[in-house]
Write a protein that binds this ligand. Sequence first.
Ligand code: WTA
Length: 571
Amino acid sequence: MKIESLPVIEGKHNLANYEETCKSFDWKDVEKEFSWHTTGLVNMAYEAVDRHAETFRKNKVALYYKDKNRNEKYTYKDMKELSNKAANVLKGYGDIEKGDRVFIFMPRSPELYFAVLGAIKLGAIVGPLFEAFMEGAVRDRLEDSGAKVIVTTPELLERVPKDLPELKYIFLVGDGIEEDDRTIDFKKKFENADKNLKIEWVDRQDGLILHYTSGSTGKPKGVLHVHNAMIQHYQTAKWVLDLQEEDIYWCTADPGWVTGTSYGIFGPWLLGGSNVIVGGRFSPETWYSVIEEFGITVWYSAPTAFRMLMGAGNEIVKKYDLSSLRHVLSVGEPLNPEVVKWGMKVFNKRIHDTYWMTETGAQLICNFPCMPIKPGSMGKAIPGVTAAIVDDRGEELPPYRMGNLAIQKGWPAMMHTIWNNREKYESYFMPGGWYLTGDSAYMDEDGYFWFQGRVDDVIMTSGERVGPFEVESKLVEHPAVAEAGVIGKPDPVRGEIIKAFVALRDGYEATDELKEEIRQFVKKGLAAHAAPREIDFRDKLPKTRSGKIMRRVLKAWELDLPTGDLSTMED
Ligand code: WTA
């Protein structure tokens, strides 16, 4: 297959020469960029906000916020004071101390960002949750992490479990809040809070943020990141996002997802950037108008969003002035070459694919402005990171051989542990110091990596990572469901959709009404994006002798592929 590569972008870039930088780069040198290098006092929120408020960036806009009802901007000085206030509220009324878990469960708003930064200033560990989560999903996460405080809104309150002994305080961001022993009116307290704060200094290996993410088995796991990750957030925001002083940057990801924190909060603000945050739902009109209104220069989004924009057609693009765009990036799933071609056609811009995971904390394999793009490839390992394709024993494979995509241990943003599950954490590593991503890929002779798929069965639907096991578990909670097997079915817009195979209990009839009822059950119990779009009823599901549902057989049925080795299948 001959793939035409897209030539490099002319102009001044933060990473000018990839090969040369790879030879000489040392993560240690990045430490000099932070104030703790001289003061010894570490805190992510200080480096991302307060430090800039003491320089020429004091009156520079740090945050532009827009949704249906609000259109606001905040300078670095404002952000410093407002996050201090949030910290004082959390400390004064929530008893928050270093190491406590503070969950944030609310739609995007400036207050969300003040609360996240405020909690970090207290040395707390922030657990951001998607607003789409239903009670079961919220409960799993609060319970596993032993959260002390949750910041939420009156609209979402009914999805917060009230019977968790460790959950001491619920802060409500809204109007007309009725307070009680545990429920606190965030806004009222915020208005009167002191804008000065003594920041809690931490160790570089102290907890910063806890992102729950799905695997193919078990409940979602809590990936813990520490303050030290800032070294890589900073450096990749510089090289990969290529952020420069005058840029206006928009990351479309929600902070419930690691992209929305590493590159929606930390990276851009560590660099002193102007960050645009947009609340509300996706629509092509709003998105294009945001680029025009703010004059977005650097735009970080995801394949599923680009595919939706592509689906909206090229006529609508002509109604907007998108000429401010300088640099466009993507993350989360394979970026189809068609989408890259579309980007060239409608924006006259290359879309730069970036590859990384919740567990890796920051970008690892990327396309940089200074190098040619091969559409369909994720790019090359960033300087300071060693990536390789290894076999199941950890031996490196030559170019073009497909195998496990692995990263040599030691990059600064790597997860610190899996919360309450050291064993799970250790299972990511294999001899030779390799971290196993769980993805399969190959590398070409120029060092470009080509993604092939998940080694396990995790589903990527509209950029959301969904563990089939979680959905299956919810399905079998329905009284009509005896067994369930869930797979990702390829879909041109969403990447994959969730398809469930269900065996009914005796006495239940396979009707369309029942399908819809089961779908709604998952939607209410887990989250809208986790509900199967397709359900097939079957008499029996393929299982191993040990009782594990064989998803690969379901997938083979669905896609009309050979089923492979069936020796472990029950009779
Ligand atoms: C997939 C996202 C192909 C991959 C920050 C990975 C990708 C998982 C890409 C992590 C890409 C991410 N091309 N696949 N550029 N980026 N993935 O934890 O399977 O939500 O292991 O983090 O997404 O998803 P997560």
